[in-house]
Design a protein around this ligand. Structure first.
Ligand code: NAD
Length: 511
């Protein structure tokens, strides 16, 4: 066994050289081995980093758009060239399979490409002659230092929803990645350095609540972009707003997929399995509830079950379909929910709970487990006849556990989805365009798929949910991201004509 790698803060382009009083352990979830030790920053250190970022940001905010765009284009090429390496780093600490990790880097790259168009996005507006000899125009200026706090489940993509746009808009960034898989953000920060981003514009601080609280309360931090679970998102929103910051805090989810009787059931079953068990269900856009109209429910459950039997679970580096769960604690929490579902009377159609004995998996439902002896694994699991009062329905499990709720009609399915406290993503499967159109209008959810189970918008649209899935007004990336990282100034200018009149104490009016 090799000794754990030290992972530390990046102040500008330099690794922090101090000695940390507190640390976290980083695991390879496929083996259970401790592979890293991440430094946890004190509030004092966060303050120093914010101050150095503020100084660098002031200069970067004055850099020409042409200069900023050159850095972004170079960064884009470097990320493209390094995406396999970054993906393998994701798999090593998160556990997801490498092909899925590559997918997340690619989705992050799309945001970088969107940010490359920043000169067009920052054009503002101009109205000539709003009053005689008076013109009004708006300019979009950077905020200064912005804080980004990211979750474990997309260690490359979620930071990329924010950082490229914040930097393109002329801000400096201090990012605090998840302490569970912290290395990826450091690796990406090195690419920013290689791309020629001036020292101090991009900073990485590692840590836990102490570092987060320091960002939320520091007066030089002007905006916070947060992604994580709902209780922490709400906390971040409330504390950040109380300290005068602009906050967007994206929270948890419980995404429903409504299957109507006229749907293509093979398409729906494929979608439920892909969206339910991809990344072991550790996605905020994962489908965790299939809402099946009674007349097709038996057939749909049977088809999903058949597909679950074809899945292989194992070390994400070995070409299987599903990797491990991020930590032992997260695995135990998922297993606890499976027991709670059984206790509440739901029908456990596929039980993914496993135990390893002499290198062989015991239990684990109907899929196959390959090439692992230890690690934090749960196989694909499905409950049928789940009811809305059960904790497996109400709570975000964040694991490979699919619940099937049976309903009598479209209206009952819609009412169920709209009663959920979350509103991140949802999908409808149907061949009736009118029903789909009604659903997109009536459903109270931020991102809607029609025969598409994971409707993650492209970078030039914005990403975000409703209700307890988002605190704040701005969704991530797209034009909302540009607005979030800039403040608008309206300038009203008069260039006097030699024939101008004399004194006028009245309120300015359009004459
Ligand atoms: P988490 O809430 O545990 O952690 C998110 C971040 O907050 C981490 O950086 C963590 O260090 C920090 N944090 C944790 N506890 C804190 C505390 N008490 N005070 C201050 N900061 C704290 O979330 P996670 O487990 O890393 O990620 C999974 C969650 O993120 C799920 O709920 C998932 O739905 C959600 N998520 C949402 C979206 C979205 O777009 N809505 C996207 C990805 C993930």
């Amino acid at each position: 066994m090799t000794s754990p790698t030290r992972i530390t803060h990046l102040i500008g382009h330099r690794s922090w050289e101090g000695v940390s009083e507190r640390h976290g352990e980083v695991f390879n979830p496929a083996t259970g081995e401790v592979t890293g030790q991440v430094d946890f920053a004190s509030a004092e250190l966060v303050g120093e980093i914010v101050e150095s970022a503020a100084a660098a940001g002031a200069e970067w905010g004055r850099a020409s758009l042409a200069a900023r765009v050159q850095v972004l284009f170079r960064f884009r090429s470097l990320l493209e060239a390094n995406k396999q390496r970054i993906a393998e780093l994701i798999t090593a600490e998160h556990g997801k399979v490498v092909s899925d990790a590559l997918g997340e880097v690619t989705r992050g790259l799309e945001v970088v490409e969107f940010a490359c168009g920043i000169p067009h996005l920052l054009k503002g507006g101009f109205s000539e002659n709003v009053s005689t000899s008076v013109d009004t125009y708006s300019i979009m200026q950077p905020l200064g230092v912005v804080g980004v706090i990211s979750p474990f489940n997309f260690p490359a993509m979620v930071p990329m929803w924010f950082v490229p746009i914040a930097i393109a808009c002329g801000n400096a960034v201090v990012i605090k990645p998840s302490e569970k898989d912290p290395s990826v953000v450091n690796a990406v920060a090195e690419l920013w350095q290689e791309a020629g981003l001036p020292d101090g514009v991009m900073n990485v601080v590692h840590g836990d609540k102490e570092a987060v609280d320091a960002l939320l309360t520091h007066p030089l931090v002007k905006a916070i972009s947060f992604v994580g679970s709902t209780p922490i998102a709400q906390y971040v929103y409330e504390v950040g707003a109380k300290h005068g910051k602009r906050v967007q805090a994206l929270g948890g989810a419980k995404n429903h997929m409504l299957v109507l009787p006229d749907a293509d059931l093979d398409l729906a079953a494929d979608a439920a399995v892909n969206a339910g068990f991809g990344s072991a269900g550790e996605r905020c856009m994962a489908i965790s509830v299939v809402v099946a109209v009674d007349s097709i429910a038996d057939e749909l459950v049977a088809r999903i079950r058949t597909r679950m039997g074809q899945l292989t679970t194992g070390d994400g580096r070995t070409g299987c379909d599903m990797g491990p769960i991020v930590t032992a604690a997260a695995r135990d929490r998922i297993v606890g929910y499976v027991q709670a579902g059984l206790d509440a009377g739901a029908e456990l159609v596929v039980d993914g709970r496993i135990e390893w004995h002499d290198g062989a998996a015991e239990g684990g439902g109907e899929g196959t487990f390959t090439g692992v002896e230890e690690g934090f694994f749960v196989g694909p699991t499905m409950f049928d006849r789940v009811t809305p009062d059960m904790s497996i329905y109400t709570d975000e499990i964040f694991g490979p556990v699919l619940s099937v709720v049976r309903v009598a009609s479209y209206d009952e399915g819609l009412a169920l989805i709209n009663a959920s406290r979350y509103g991140n993503g949802t999908a409808i499967f149907t061949n009736d365009g009118g029903a789909a159109r009604r659903f997109q209008n009536e459903v109270e959810v931020g991102m809607v798929g029609i025969n598409v189970p994971i409707p993650v918008p492209m970078a030039y649209f914005s990403f975000g949910g409703w209700k307890a899935s988002l605190f704040g007004d701005s969704h991530a990336h797209g034009i909302e991201g540009v607005h979030f990282y800039t403040r608008t100034k309206a300038v009203t200018a008069r260039w006097l004509d030699p024939s101008h009149g004399g004194l006028n104490l009245g309120f300015p009016q359009n004459k």
